[in-house]
Design a protein around this ligand. Structure first.
Ligand code: FAD
Length: 482
């Protein structure tokens, strides 16, 4: 056991088989470490339990950060390729896989080491091992019993496995395997056209794989507005060996020659084909079933997500739960926000989760981002709205940076023009979505945005221009027909 601020894996100074904490945090992802650090800053004595060697959970170790490091390289390659159409050619990239891998691992290492330091500075005791609740106030981990007054459960989620797929074959990859970058397969099949599948497809495409994507539903990134997905879909269709919607992988047969995949597709049919690797990215399930939740009276829903109230309290009031464990959206910033609420409630503050929108970002090429109400959700739920979309083909900055197929869309209350949501597709959409996110939180309307002077030429201007469309004051597009 490691305690008293020792790093996970290091022998700790104490050898007790029983320790007590005011707050036990189980799991050290963006939810768990944020809850632990915030609670420690509020004066609580915290024990943080993590089964992996390093802190940081999926996000830092095998999710957000390594994928963004590789996507940065993919973007450099794609931008260099695009420059050749404008008279500047760099030639085919020379890829030193070992060096790329070690740079990516170095980025992750800096962050996870930094977290261990932050834990030490706050005197958060880190205990390494798989935790199991044995009662409402007790947890066992690596032969030690931790007793606690309060707990925050933050054990995250893991990738779904599909029947009919030989997951034990090393050529069949989860997102974690794909990020390990064992090699660059000649032919890669990506099963699942959601955000994780498409981001990793983008990495392997840039590194030289011939990529085929199959998606069960009738749209890439189900849930996102179709007009925002369309420019991405068009670009992927041009680049990839295939992008197949309404297509199910029925089976994959492994042989020395490769992985033979068979499909059932609603028009057009897709013939069986052999791939060198297959990435399965079809969603995630919560890590809830082996925690001993039943011993502590913590309830889960039919999908295994722990149920919580607006203060992140579970059915056992002194135990809170946060992050992927409590349900979608499965995003790091959602986990961190919930973590702060849980820690503050435990420290005696009267706060609750009160956000109008949690942004979602696909770091694809082009990026797709949205926040708050989507048109898809508004139509499904019958919420009244009006939308205003500014085409990036009329943005000087977008044209000057090869991004003319982007769109910025505001979704507004039809009576008051208050911002209800926004969606952006195009370069840096993930950065740009912060402004409509703030507008949503501050309950501003399209006029507030339109009257805010945005620098020219920037992509952020497209947000003001969408607001001007809504207000009827746009001069950068042809006049509205009378
Ligand atoms: P996790 O990060 O999953 O952490 C849970 C921790 O609990 C893990 O360290 C686990 O080892 C530990 N644990 C579980 N059970 C036990 C136990 N019994 N005892 C001890 N420890 C235990 N989100 C974004 O917002 N932006 C992105 O760009 C993004 N990219 C992603 C890319 C990929 C490839 C993937 C897979 C995910 C990505 N996500 C992204 C999602 C993001 O990683 C998760 O939403 C986030 O990590 C959830 O945080 P969490 O704290 O709830 O759980």
């Amino acid at each position: 056991m490691s305690t008293a601020g020792a790093e996970p894996g290091e022998p700790g100074a104490e050898t007790d088989t029983e320790i007590h904490a005011q707050l036990l945090v189980l799991g050290s992802g963006p939810g768990g470490y944020t809850a632990a650090f915030r609670a420690a800053d509020l004066g609580l004595d915290v024990v943080l339990v993590e089964r992996e060697e390093t802190l940081g959970g999926v996000c830092l170790n095998v999710g957000c950060i390594p994928s963004k490091a590789l996507l940065h390289i993919a973007k450099v390659i794609a931008d260099a390729e695009r420059a050749s159409a404008h008279g500047v050619s760099f030639g085919a990239p020379q890829i030193e896989l070992e060096q790329l891998r070690s740079w990516k691992d170095g980025v992750v290492g800096r962050l996870t080491t930094g977290l261990a330091g932050l834990a030490r500075q706050r005197k958060v005791r880190v205990v390494r091992g798989e935790g199991h609740l044995t009662g409402p106030h007790t947890l066992t981990v690596a032969g030690t019993t931790v007793t606690f007054d309060h707990a925050v459960l933050a054990t995250g989620s893991r990738a779904v496995r599909l029947d009919g797929i030989p997951h034990d074959d090393p050529r069949v990859m989860s997102s974690t395997d794909a990020l390990a970058l064992a090699d660059i397969p000649e032919r890669l099949l990506v099963v699942g056209g959601g955000i994780v599948g498409l981001e990793l497809a983008g990495v392997y495409d840039a590194l030289g794989s011939s990529v085929t994507v199959v998606e069960l539903s009738d749209q890439l990134m189900p849930g996102c507005d179709p007009d925002l997905v369309a420019p991405l879909h068009r670009r992927l269709r041009e680049r990839y060996a295939g992008v197949h919607l309404r297509t199910r992988v029925e089976s994959i047969e492994a042989s020395d020659a490769g992985l033979l995949a068979s499909f059932t597709a609603v028009e057009p049919a897709l013939e069986p084909a052999v791939f060198d690797r297959v990435l399965v990215a079809v969603g995630r399930v919560p890590n809830s079933e082996s925690l001993g939740l039943e011993n502590a009276g913590v309830a889960v829903d039919e999908r295994g997500f722990v149920t919580v109230d607006a203060q992140q309290r579970t059915s056992t009031p002194h135990i809170h739960a946060i992050g992927d464990l409590v349900g979608p959206p499965l995003l790091a910033h959602k986990a961190a926000r919930e973590a702060k609420v849980a820690a503050e409630v435990i420290a005696g503050h009267d706060v609750e989760l009160d956000v109008r929108g949690i942004p979602s970002v696909a770091y694809t090429d082009p990026e797709v981002a949205w926040v708050g109400l989507t048109e898809t959700a508004a139509k499904l739920t019958g919420v009244a709205y009006r939308s205003a979309s500014f085409p990036w083909s009329a943005s000087g900055r977008a044209l000057a940076s090869d991004g003319q197929d982007g769109i910025t869309k505001l979704i507004l209350d039809p009576e008051t023009n208050r911002v209800l949501g926004a969606g952006i597709v195009g370069n840096n959409a993930g950065e740009l979505i912060a402004e409509p996110g703030l507008a949503l939180e501050l309950e501003t309307d399209s006029q507030d945005i339109a009257l805010t002077v945005h620098a020219h030429p920037t992509l952020s201007e497209t947000i003001a221009m969408a607001a001007e469309i809504a207000d009827g004051t746009i001069t950068d597009l042809p006049p509205a027909r009378r």
